[in-house]
Design a protein around this ligand. Structure first.
Ligand SMILES: Cc1cc2nc3c(=O)[nH]c(=O)nc-3n(C[C@H](O)[C@H](O)[C@H](O)COP(=O)(O)O)c2cc1C
Length: 149
């Protein structure tokens, strides 16, 4: 069964979490086994990343940058990769983010996670709480990732 990791940070209103859950919904409907991890609640586990076939990364815009929990993941990932741990590179990945009206995090988000593998689909954006159209884009991203996982 394809395995998708949805790794996100959500803390303030649950906006990014609602997007993560929609990505998971789409992936599950396409037959994937999905693990949701909120970096506000737990430090990401590199083994979970190693085990998945594809990954969705989601962040709120924090000062035009990604949330700290996702930065911690990238730091851990880079160090593990340098140590030649296998299974850490070239994963299909998708991106989503929420913001309060600025949204300049898109640049750093796409640049930083561009190191991790091959991008699938379009980056999904939400200003504030995701509306029905945004949630459908998230479900579609989940379906696309499930097909690549
Ligand atoms: C510490 C902090 C910094 C923020 N900085 C920005 C920002 O620079 N630009 C922006 O558009 N929104 C900014 N926001 C708004 C959040 O990105 C927005 O409310 C987001 O949807 C919250 O996601 P969440 O409900 O999943 O935690 C900031 C919020 C916080 C808490």
């Amino acid at each position: 069964m394809p395995a998708l990791l949805v790794l996100y940070h959500s803390q303030e209103y649950g906006n990014t979490q609602a997007m993560a859950e929609a990505v998971a919904e789409g992936a599950k409907a396409a037959g994937a086994d999905v693990t949701l991890v909120n970096t506000h609640e737990t430090r990401p586990d590199m083994e979970q990343y190693r085990a998945c076939g594809a990954v969705a990364f989601g962040s709120p815009d924090y000062y035009s940058y990604i949330a700290g929990g996702l930065k911690v993941f990238l730091d851990d990932w880079h160090i593990a990769k340098k140590a030649n741990k296998s299974g850490l590179v070239d994963k299909p990945y998708g991106l989503f983010y929420s913001h309060g009206g600025g949204g300049a995090v898109r640049g750093p988000l796409e640049k930083l996670f561009g190191k991790c593998g091959v991008k699938v689909g379009e980056t999904v954006e939400s200003k504030g709480a995701p509306n029905a159209g945004v949630l459908e884009k998230c479900r579609e991203l989940g379906r696309q990732l499930a097909a690549q996982a």
